[in-house]
Design a protein around this ligand. Structure first.
Ligand code: SF4
Ligand code: SF4
Length: 419
């Protein structure tokens, strides 16, 4: 009964959600691409099944409680989009639907408390640092930590890197070729700030002046993907105000953050900032895309020996932003590097924001499968473009007893920079 969906009833995203639902012809081509369908083997945990569930909830023919576990299990990895021959824009459905569900339907107290705790810490680096420090202590006293929080604690490194501060402008070395602004990422600043240091160094060495706007804040992705529309809008508004509009690009080095910045037009749909959000999103580029377009000034110097690298596609780069080739081209330009592809490379590693907290069993299974595939590939090194994937895969490689290192693409380029 598609005609029963009233787009107007569903706020600014109603028409987009209706279009996404109507585009699905139920062919099932997306099932093989979906990690939760691969894990659980149930139609209701596949993209096709979830689309039907969300449609029925919107039409009022199904209770939210019946659909909720299956909608909650969606990783938001968007592997279903490139697999869909009908071009169903699943991203126009899942996050707006979660926002609507959060506004209209009740959740358990424990679930609300968990989301509140995460929303109050992860998007704020100084609070997250305190929480991560306490969390590391909690690892020694696991019985004092609620069971539902333990999977997230396990991912924390044994030692947090020291806090780093960033200059407002890093000048270009040599003749200036471009001017950009960099989004620093929240968790990244605490878990691995060297990724930002490497990004600034590589851009500067390649003639790029980099601005680090001091008023920048969380991208809002965490809030948006957990259905907190108002918090996501507030973060988006602050970033619209913080980032200068006269630079060549806004670059990101965390796939999840870049994907969220690209979603600002959706997040701010129906608000006075919608037009500004469109213009902003058009200027956002992953740093690998920006660097490939610009061209490296000098060929990297290599590792001094043949090196096999697995490039791990972050879902929010490959599926959400369509970025697959640029990091591979950059890594292939390093002498004696051979890129190897994993079987089932399209399957998410299970990181997906707070998925470890919300769905620890599926997250652990996906993480372990990814780590086993990497070990079996015989790789010397893993590269990725997202702090979430790096943290998850590093943990699961260590759990298997593997010493294969995982680094951000920009760290590898910095370490092989001929300067
Ligand atoms: S592949 Fe696309 S059209 Fe087919 S069932 Fe999946 S979402 Fe629907
Ligand atoms: S976003 Fe990922 S987990 Fe969710 S339905 Fe699509 S493929 Fe499955």
């Amino acid at each position: 009964m598609l005609h029963a969906i009233s787009a107007e009833d569903h706020g600014p995203h109603g028409p987009a959600m209706t279009r996404a639902i109507q585009a699905c012809v139920h062919c099932g081509f997306c099932l093989a691409a979906c990690p939760t369908y691969q894990e659980l083997g149930q139609e209701m945990d596949s993209p096709r099944g979830r689309i039907v569930l969300m449609k029925e909830v919107l039409e009022g023919t199904l209770d939210w409680q019946a659909a909720q576990p299956h909608v909650d299990r969606c990783l938001g990895c968007l592997a279903c989009e490139p697999a869909c021959p009908s071009g169903v824009p699943y991203r126009d459905l899942i996050s707006p639907f979660r926002a609507l569900a959060r506004e209209r339907f009740a959740r358990s107290q424990m679930s609300r408390l968990r989301h509140w705790l995460v929303a109050q810490t992860l998007p704020y680096p100084s609070r997250f640092r305190v929480a991560a420090t306490l969390g590391r202590l909690g690892k020694h006293f696991p019985n004092l930590v609620p069971e539902s929080m333990r999977p997230m604690l396990n991912l924390l490194p044994s030692c947090l890197p020291p806090r780093q501060s960033w200059p407002e402008v890093v000048p270009a070395q040599g003749a200036r070729r471009a001017r950009v602004a960099l989004l620093l990422g929240c968790a990244q600043q605490v878990l691995d700030p060297d990724i930002n240091a490497a990004t600034l160094a590589v851009l500067s060495h390649n003639g790029v002046e980099v601005h680090v706007p001091p008023g920048q804040t969380c991208c809002g992705g965490l809030s948006w993907h957990t259905g907190d529309r108002e918090a996501a809008r507030e973060f988006a508004r602050r970033n619209l105000a913080a980032f200068p509009s006269d630079l060549d690009a806004i670059v990101t080095n965390a796939a999840g953050c870049g994907s969220a910045l690209h979603e600002y037009p959706v997040i701010l749909a129906g608000t006075p900032e919608a037009k500004q959000a469109h213009a902003f999103a058009l200027r956002v580029l992953d740093v690998s895309v920006f660097l490939r377009k610009l061209g490296l000034r000098r060929q990297p110097k290599g590792f001094g020996k043949p090196t096999k690298i697995v490039y791990q596609d972050a879902c929010h780069l490959a599926n959400a932003q369509g970025v697959r080739q640029d990091p591979r081209v950059l890594l292939s330009s390093i002498p004696d590097v051979r890129l190897v592809e994993l079987p089932d490379a399209h399957l998410c590693c299970g990181s997906a924001g707070t998925y470890n907290l919300d769905q620890p069993g599926i997250a652990a299974s996906l993480g372990e499968q990814k780590a086993r595939a990497i070990v079996a590939s015989g790789a010397d090194l893993v590269a990725s473009g997202n702090i979430g994937c790096i943290t998850q895969i590093r943990f699961h490689l260590a759990r298997l007893g593997s010493a294969i290192p995982i680094r951000h693409t920009l760290q590898i380029l910095r370490d092989t920079d001929p300067l």
